[in-house]
Design a binder for this molecule. Structure first.
Ligand SMILES: Nc1ncnc2c1ncn2[C@@H]1O[C@H](COP(=O)(O)OP(=O)(O)OP(=O)(O)O)[C@@H](O)[C@H]1O
Ligand SMILES: [Mg+2]
Length: 464
């Protein structure tokens, strides 16, 4: 299945590679370009200042107007062999004293630069060429020109041509590198994500019938091991839930089959011949009893299903436990008396809980205790308060629950003695309901049974 509209990790990683490598290469190119540029400027400046010094020396050595011709010669000689080097000297009234042939100087710029920032390099373009130069006002030994402006310039066209081709190469290189890292990044990302695809293939195997399948945790990379483990845990939980669910539905079918077939047989037998009104009444009464039992069971199952989905929300009020237990004792008084059982209560405590739900939970425990107690024993209820919890323990003497069943007694339809199933004794939902009520109150329940003494303990938090 293709999921459109989702961003792909491969594409994102590839883009990331391309962007990162381009940025790094561009930054590197910028650093190299500016240091080359700086190097050129330094080289140029050495030549320019050298010539400026020469001009200064010449201007100071010669004293009269007549020396001007000689100065010009000296300077001209010194410029021989320096291709692209230009020099001019002019007086304060702009009259030219010396110039190389065809000079390319913007005079205004020279004048301001010479006055304000002598020896500071500047660049300009004139006649389609680029120049770098410096200018300065220098003292002169020639009396008519006590101060003159000297400007030296160098044609930097070859430097610029070099920089242009350098930048061009850089661009081509960056573009090529971006494409290459893009391809490499794509390959790396795809290879890196291969275990994820393998995992996906593994999950395709999982169906409702194959929930026992697990992802290999050992063979996947470290980063995915945790995910695989979590998925495995999830599968285990699902498998368990699924198992319970299918068990539950087969249990329901099983539990309903017997009463329904009983009812059917009874009805068919009744219909087989004409009977008197009293006989019909008797049959209907017995049927009604069976129907009631079934209705109770269905209501219980609905309650459990709701509790399992978190739909049972206790409406809380302050419940005094001793009073509740006493009410239950009164209710079971007659049955207890029949078996000569003593009902004893010790301690008290108040919790915030749903009164009716709590009564039902405790009632289920008491009904079990009464049912499974040996004649002439005591059922003891202890209520204890601690700082953050209230515990209720119900102890009776009678049938022992084998240790291996202690956890399962809270399962739906579970009865320790299977022969007792479908007797009038119970549907095996009582403790499941008690447990779900306790859980809905954020409490815990545990069972203990040894040497004929069975104890069920409920612990409820004081503050819910
Ligand atoms: N106090 C007890 N002493 C010995 N066995 C017990 C005790 N309480 C529960 N059991 C065992 O646990 C099983 C499950 O109890 P649970 O209350 O869930 O079902 P039930 O009593 O059989 O049916 P129901 O409560 O729905 O009428 C019982 O069948 C019984 O075997
Ligand atoms: Mg019960």
């Amino acid at each position: 299945m293709r999921l459109s509209g989702k961003t792909s990790i491969t594409r994102r990683l590839t883009l990331l590679f391309v962007t990162a490598s381009s940025v790094v290469l561009l930054a590197l190119g910028f650093v190299v370009a500016s240091s080359v540029e700086q190097h050129f400027e330094q080289q140029d400046m050495e030549v320019l200042t050298g010539k400026m010094e020469l001009a200064r020396y010449a201007l100071q050595t010669y004293k009269s107007q007549d020396d001007l011709a000689r100065i010009s010669r000296v300077i001209s000689d010194s410029l021989v062999g320096h291709h692209g080097l230009e020099l001019i000297i002019y007086g304060t009234d702009h009259e030219l004293m010396f110039t190389t042939p065809k000079p390319h100087f913007p005079f205004d710029l020279m004048a301001t630069q010479a006055a304000n920032s002598p020896y500071r390099p500047m660049t300009w373009e004139l006649g389609g060429q680029s120049y770098r130069g410096i200018a300065a006002e220098l003292p002169s030994g020639i009396s008519a020109h006590s101060k003159v402006v000297v400007a030296v310039a160098l044609d930097i066209a070859h430097h610029q041509a070099f920089m242009r081709s350098f930048l061009q190469t850089l661009w081509v290189f960056v573009a090529g590198a971006a494409v290459l890292t893009g391809v490499l990044g794509w390959v790396a990302a795809r290879r890196g994500l291969a275990p994820l695809r393998a995992m996906r293939e593994q999950t395709l195997v999982v169906t409702a019938q194959q929930l026992s399948h697990r992802l290999p945790v050992e063979s996947v990379p470290l980063e995915l091991a945790e995910l695989a483990q979590s998925l495995n845990d999830m599968l285990a939980r699902l498998e368990e839930a699924f198992r319970r669910l299918s068990e539950f539905s087969s249990d329901i079918a099983h539990e309903l089959r017997t009463p329904v077939s009983n009812l059917m047989t009874q009805t068919q037998v009744a219909l087989s011949r004409a009977r008197g009104a009293d006989e019909y009444r008797g049959i209907l009464e017995s049927n009604a009893e069976e129907f009631e039992r079934m209705a109770r069971m269905i209501a219980d199952m609905l309650l459990l299903a709701k509790a399992e989905n978190g739909l049972v929300v206790p409406s809380r009020q302050v419940v005094h436990l001793a009073a509740e237990v006493q009410t239950l004792f009164d209710y079971y008084d007659a049955v207890a008396e029949e078996k000569q059982l003593q009902l004893r209560l010790e301690g008290d405590g108040a919790v915030s809980a749903d009164r009716l739900m709590l009564r039902r939970a405790l009632g289920n425990l008491l009904s079990n205790a009464v049912r499974h107690s040996t004649v002439n024993t005591t059922i003891q209820v202890n209520i204890r308060s601690s700082a953050d919890a209230i515990s209720i323990a119900m102890k009776n003497t009678g049938d022992t629950i084998p240790a291996e069943y202690l956890d399962r007694v809270f399962d739906r339809f579970f009865r320790v003695d299977p022969s007792r199933q479908r007797s009038s004794e119970g549907t095996g939902l009582g403790l499941a309901i008690t447990k779900s009520i306790v859980l809905a109150h954020a409490g815990t329940i545990a069972a203990g049974s040894a040497d004929g003494v069975t104890t069920f303990s409920i612990s409820l938090p004081r503050v819910a």
